[in-house]
Design a protein around this ligand. Structure first.
Ligand code: GDP
Ligand code: IMO
Ligand code: MG
Length: 429
């Protein structure tokens, strides 16, 4: 493995942080390629729980360099807080983090515009994380953005920020929002600029050099395939390409250099925010999957704390996701959560207006009408969190895992049986 990638196969929160952590003992560089602080990647090491939003999960491994690629959008104020939080938790960030000079900045007004646009949508809200992601990518596409390299020149950055805040405030007022206090906002930006400027680098050149030297690089995807702006449940998606295409466009690494693609697939499905969800459950089974919120890893958003919607595994989107990103390793996470169910359903196809289909319709109204075609498998009652090899799992759990691997068409990977680093077993079929 020289260049590999980790990608979410559902609607995010599949456990990518844990899988990146488990793979990053074999790599020298971990690079984020898209998204921003809408991501929340949790890694549990001993008693310590780390929540990463912008900084790649590789920061938790000694000797690994963390790169925020050009396709990421980062909020300078939020990033400074994240660096401080990590350093308080004993993680060294200085000298181990690079921010792309081409990455776009989430400016304070982008966050305001995100919230305003959601409140205007009223009952049609997307349910965004409110982190300013959509407005920042919109500014990037309309060529009005502020980029990493702008942090390197204090005077130019402050002048640019002043002008852009004034322009954004006119729009915010027009949308009946509360204008940002310009001087106070500029002061905060000035402090963040000074802190972050030393991390800004030409990450494209850095990654090309690393590639030429044969150094091992891992690309850390954020969100999941069904939140992809092109291939997801549009418009209930995020604003970047969360699938294979984003690996190259968000790092500058050529697509044919990425040989291993690790798909992360939760043993059941969750979604936070609005939009179609064919296998969603609403009763007690959903509560059993979600947990009560007492544990760090119960199904409540890492970024927003919102309860996640839960439902059965859907291999229609599993197969779609495999094809979109070229996945050749499968990591099934949170299998332990399914312990205790008498029966477990897997959605193997959809029924749309009386016809069986095996692809995901583009039109969300059609997707809303899709009914899941389930195959039912027996559950297991034994706890599995102590398993150290595949054979330690109860027969019914092994059968469930094998079934998902074979439905998606992959033979190699792992099954995660708990949030901790060691709670993972290898699968080779
Ligand atoms: P990400 O966004 O894909 O990195 O996933 P999140 O961190 O948002 O959500 C996954 C949650 O599940 C986190 O709280 C993890 O600590 C936790 N987790 C990961 N793998 C497992 C597992 O196998 N079992 C359990 N119970 N929790 C897990
Ligand atoms: P990780 O990387 C789960 C969802 C939001 C909303 C939609 C658009 O932790 O898996 P945005 O703020 O991006 O404009 O919101 O996308 N969303 C996520 N859901 N995990 C994430 O990231 C998400 N990032 C965005 O809930 O439905
Ligand atoms: Mg998450």
């Amino acid at each position: 493995m020289t260049i590999a990638a980790v990608v979410g196969m559902q609607w995010g929160d599949e456990g990518k942080g844990k899988i990146v952590d488990s793979l990053s003992d074999q790599v020298e560089i971990v690079v984020r390629c898209q998204g921003g602080a809408n991501a929340g990647h949790t890694v549990v090491l001993g008693e310590e729980v780390y929540k990463l939003h912008i900084i790649p999960s590789g920061i938790l491994r000694d000797g690994v360099m963390s790169v925020v690629g050009n396709g990421v959008v980062f909020d300078p104020l939020g990033l400074v807080e994240e660096i401080d939080r990590l350093e308080e938790q004993g993680v060294t960030v200085q000298g181990r983090l690079l921010l792309s000079d081409r990455a776009h900045l989430v400016m304070p007004y982008h966050r305001v515009l995100d919230t305003l646009s959601e409140s205007q949508l009223a009952e049609n809200k997307i349910g965004t994380t409110g982190r300013g992601i959509g407005p920042t990518y919109a500014a990037k596409a309309s060529r009005e953005g502020v980029r990493g390299h702008n942090l390197l020149d204090a005077d130019r950055f402050m002048a640019m920020a002043r002008e852009k805040i004034a322009t954004a405030n006119r729009r915010i007022t027009w949308l009946q929002g509360e204008a940002l206090p310009a001087d106070e906002t500029l002061e905060k930006l000035a402090v963040a600029r000074e802190r972050l400027a030393p991390f800004v680098a030409d990450t494209v050149a850095y990654l090309h050099q690393a590639q030429a030297e044969g150094r091992k690089i891992l690309i850390e995807g954020a969100q999941g395939s069904q939140l992809d702006i092109d291939f997801g449940t549009y418009p209930f998606v995020t604003s970047s390409n969360t699938t294979g295409g984003g690996f190259a466009s968000g790092t500058g690494l050529p697509p044919n250099a990425i040989s291993d693609v690790h798909g992360v697939f939760k043993a059941f499905t969750t979604r936070v925010g609005a939009g179609p969800f064919v296998t969603e459950l609403l009763g007690d089974e959903a509560l059993q999957m979600r947990g009560t919120g007492e544990n760090q890893w119960d199904e409540f958003g890492t970024t927003t704390g919102r309860p996640r919607r839960c439902g059965w595994a859907d291999v229609v989107i599993g197969r779609y996701s495999k094809r979109l990103s070229g996945i050749n390793h499968l990591h099934i996470t949170k299998l332990d959560v399914l312990t205790g169910f008498e029966k477990i359903n897997i959605c193997v196809a959809y029924e749309l207006d009386g016809k069986k289909i095996e692809s995901v319709p583009a039109d969300i109204e059609a997707l809303e009408r899709c009914q899941p075609v389930y195959e039912t498998m027996p559950g297991w009652q034994e706890p599995i969190t102590e398993a150290t090899k595949f054979e330690d799992l109860p027969a019914a759990a092994q059968a469930y895992v094998k079934r998902i691997f074979s439905e998606i068409g992959i033979k190699l990977g792992t099954v995660s049986v708990g949030p901790r680093r060691k709670q993972i077993v290898t699968v080779k079929l």
